[in-house]
Structure formats: structure tokens, C-alpha cells
Design a protein around this ligand. Structure first.
Ligand code: ZN
Length: 292
């Protein structure tokens, strides 16, 4: 039922962390699971693991097993990404950009979106922490994939028209620093697309610790509101958002599922969100972008 994840390994290091959104250190228990727990910030309500695994331990979870999971589900994940991009008006955005437009897919797995963007005329590259996934993508799709975390790569500033990340920000230790790095490498006027689970969803409320996204690898769980706030704090102008996923497959009869999915998209209670934002032509980053 739950999304693929690696449980914490013996010997992993846990570190205390401030809320990435408001900087507050005070938390209350939100969800307790056997090997990890989620806390709610008393300052702004953001939910995250505190203490949380160290960044190095998190990266080491993405191994050969993870690559195989990505390979096995590549078509399904790509289709979901495509639908999400449609929801935020990607084709119109794409048409507004001049030839030679550059895209970066952060957390590109085996590079399926990178390859698809290249076919549509983009100069596209990916970033992936899993060496095995990157090797597979390079070998099978012939795409450019940088291996490492985004901040470790020191990509040139103001060099991309689009930075896309799907189901990545909830895995990173410091989502504020992650967004600020995406802001730095975007050209002024460039677009950010960010998809992640939606904590303020029917399924999260209904299933609690059994929700498919309440997993050890998700260090942060954002609502539409908390992610929009962080996006804004990191210097972006939020443009559009959408949610989908009223109820997961197999948890309701087909007609009820179809109805819930339709209304989730319309009313915003789906358990996956996608947000489109833009780096302003003249940028300023709030001091309270947290994390770091
Ligand atoms: Zn907070």
C-alpha cells in the first residue's frame, strides 16, 4: 500500500533540525511509527521528521533496489508526471520560451522526462543521487545525468529556463536550501515545477500513519499552503497549483474512486500536489527562507 521506501538502517545518525519554513525548534508529536516519527512545528504547523536522518544516510538509501523500482515503474511515473505538467499548463509555458530553452529535471531517476523534453526541442539534463539509476538512464536513453545532490554539483547560475522536480523535495533534508539552489540556477523569468505529496489531503487525514506517503524516506510532508509559503520565501512567485489522487487504487470501488479523484482535482484535496512558480525578472530572496 505504501510507496516504496527503505527503512532506517542500524547505525544511521539522527540529527535535530529547525523547521525549514519558520525556523522554530519547538515541535509536537504528529505521527509515531515504529522506526521514525513525524513532528508538527508549533510555529507554522509544518510536519517533518525531527530528529531526522543525516543527509549522507538519506542519500545512501538510493541504491540498486531503488533503481530497479524506478525501472519497473518508469512508464507509470512518466505518465503521472505528464498529467501533472498538463495540469499546470506546461505546453503553454513551453510555447512561450524561445528556441534553445534549457531544462533540468532534479531527481530524474532513469531520465525518462529528460529524454522526452529533448524530443520536444529542449536542451535537457537530469540530476540523480542514485548512481545505478543514472548509469541505466545514460546507457538506455543516451541522456545527460549528473550524479549527486543538487547542491553538490555547483551548476552555473541563471542557466535554465525550467527546473522540474517530482517527488524529491520531501526527501531532502533542507528543502529551503534545495529551493534556493533551484532559484539560483534558473534564469530570471524561469519556471519551477515541484510535485510532492499533499499532507492536507483526504487520504492523509483518513489513513494517518497508514497513508501511502507516511514513509521513512519522506523527511518533510507539505500541505499546499506550507509548500507555497516556502516557495515564496525562497524568492519565487507562485503561479498555479493542482492536486490529484482522491483515493488510491484498490481502496474504493471503481465508481467511488473515479468520483473522489475528479473532485480531488477540482477542490484540491488530492494527496499529490504540483506547484508552478516563476523566478521573477528582478529577484529577492526572503531572509526567512529557513533551513540552509
Ligand atoms: Zn515552522
Amino acid at each position: 500500500m505504501k510507496t516504496y521506501f527503505k527503512p532506517p538502517r542500524p547505525g544511521e545518525t539522527s540529527v535535530a533540525a529547525a523547521c525549514p519554513i519558520c525556523g522554530c525548534y519547538t515541535v509536537r508529536q504528529f505521527w509515531r511509527l515504529p522506526e521514525y516519527s513525524f513532528q508538527r512545528c508549533t510555529g507554522c504547523g509544518h510536519v517533518y521528521q525531527n530528529p531526522r536522518p543525516s543527509p549522507l544516510d538519506l542519500v545512501e538509501r538510493y541504491d540498486e533496489d531503488y533503481k530497479q523500482y524506478e525501472v519497473d515503474n518508469a512508464d507509470n511515473f512518466f505518465n503521472l508526471m505528464r498529467l501533472g505538467l498538463d495540469d499546470v499548463g506546461f505546453s503553454g509555458l513551453e510555447a512561450s520560451l524561445p528556441p534553445g530553452k534549457r531544462a533540468l529535471d532534479v531527481g530524474c531517476a532513469t531520465g525518462m522526462l529528460v529524454a522526452a523534453l529533448e524530443k520536444r526541442g529542449w536542451q535537457a539534463e537530469g540530476v540523480e543521487v542514485c548512481q545505478a539509476s543514472a548509469d541505466y538512464g545514460r546507457a538506455t536513453r543516451g541522456v545527460t545525468i549528473h550524479v549527486g545532490t543538487l547542491d553538490s554539483l555547483h551548476l552555473p547560475a541563471a542557466s535554465f529556463d525550467l527546473v522540474h522536480s517530482s517527488h524529491v523535495i520531501e526527501h531532502v533534508s533542507e528543502p529551503g536550501a534545495f529551493l534556493r539552489e533551484m532559484h539560483r540556477i534558473l534564469k530570471p523569468g524561469g519556471y519551477l515545477v515541484c510535485a510532492t505529496p499533499n499532507l492536507a489531503s483526504y487520504q492523509a487525514r483518513r489513513f494517518g500513519t497508514e497513508w501511502r506517503s507516511a514513509i521513512a524516506d519522506h523527511v518533510h510532508l507539505f500541505s499546499l499552503r506550507s509548500l507555497r509559503r516556502l516557495i515564496r520565501q525562497c524568492g519565487f512567485q507562485p503561479l498555479r497549483h493542482k492536486t490529484w489522487g482522491g483515493i488510491a487504487l484498490g481502496l474504493a470501488p471503481p465508481r467511488r474512486k473515479a468520483c473522489l479523484d475528479r473532485w480531488a482535482k477540482r477542490l484540491g484535496f488530492g494527496d499529490v500536489q504540483i506547484q508552478l512558480a516563476r523566478k521573477p525578472l528582478v529577484s529577492g530572496i526572503s531572509r526567512r527562507s529557513g533551513g540552509g
